[in-house]
Design a protein around this ligand. Sequence first.
Ligand code: G3I
Length: 371
Amino acid sequence: MKKYLTLILAISTLLGQSPLFAQTTGLKDAFKDKFLMGVAVNRYQINQSNNKETDLIISQFNALTAENDMKWMNIHPQENTFNFEQADKLVALADANDMFVVGHTLVWHSQLAPWVFKTANGDTIDNLELTHRIEKHISTIVGKYKGKIDAWDVVNEALAEDGSYRESTFYKISGETFIENAFRFAHEADPEAELYYNDYNLIDADKRDGAIRIINNLKAKNIKIDGIGVQAHWSLEEPSIEDIETAIEMYAETGVKVMFTELDISVLPSPWNSPTADVSVSFENNPDMDPYPNGLPDSVEDQLANRYAEIFKLFNKHSDKIGRVTFWGLHDGLSWKNNFPIRGRTDYTLLFDRELKPKKAFHAVIQTVND
Ligand code: G3I
């Protein structure tokens, strides 16, 4: 009996699919010489200690991002009210487990608090007042977590698809100076913290060039920017490995670190020709758009594993340029893609399934380190 068990273990380990070691050979250990491995978490995992999800987070990852709890509407819901409860808990969890913490996100047009652009009598504020409000927001939050939050997504999604500035209310009131100001205020509040510009579709040439323009503008004005956050809400086909590689090289040439900050891979049909992470868009559900409600067929599971493997092979090749790869959610059941761009679907975007078990994609990713 012992002989057979030894044989089975030897074979499955050779195949990179050891049932015993899968959970303990964490992503963070496998990639320790390459880049940080992070995960976005929500309040349910942070609020309960010793649950299985928290255990998995601690054993697999060495970087944490709050999926929602540090966004403006949650952390600064009224002009003179800051709500640090959840952020404090996340920082404590990270501190206890020696994890890198990313603050997400300081200035974003979405998930904002309703008071931000309005005077007491409902008029729209001017540039001076908006600058003042951004400064207070950033200096209070970054200042409070000085030395505890290692890095900030300072500005999120300020670009339109063609690489021009998004016509957000921040932009309409202040023009592009809101970006410069946000980075300046963050640096003043914690000179040691790493500062990033974060956006989706940053592999597409137009938007990539827009992001490079932002990085170069900041650098030309001597404003600190340390990294580009490429969100990486991708599909089985898009973007191509060639385009990802070109983008990594072009971003690295500007002198910043490249972060893949919100990685997930949808296996579901998209109602668009071009994928997006614009949360203001949604579509009706129907059975054709939700083909795997009861489980993923082996063939698609394999496709997902191969896709993840080719992506991580590329990341490993460029690990000198990449600082961190963060998954946008812990397991398939928690992925925002189950509700976007169509609510109530069953997607399979991540490396752990709904029972928290490592998927083929997990083993394929770990295997890339040895290739
Ligand atoms: O907290 C409320 C709850 O009280 C309410 O009952 C429930 C009803 O729908 O909504 C809950 O809020 C939801 C929130 O997530 C927390 O779960 C919102 O509806 C939902 O819209 C929100 O979605 C988040 C989305 O950002 C909103 O902008 C996703 O979880 C989050 O994954 C997503 O993350 C963004 C990144 O920050 C930036 N990049 C794109 C990425 C995906 O959109």
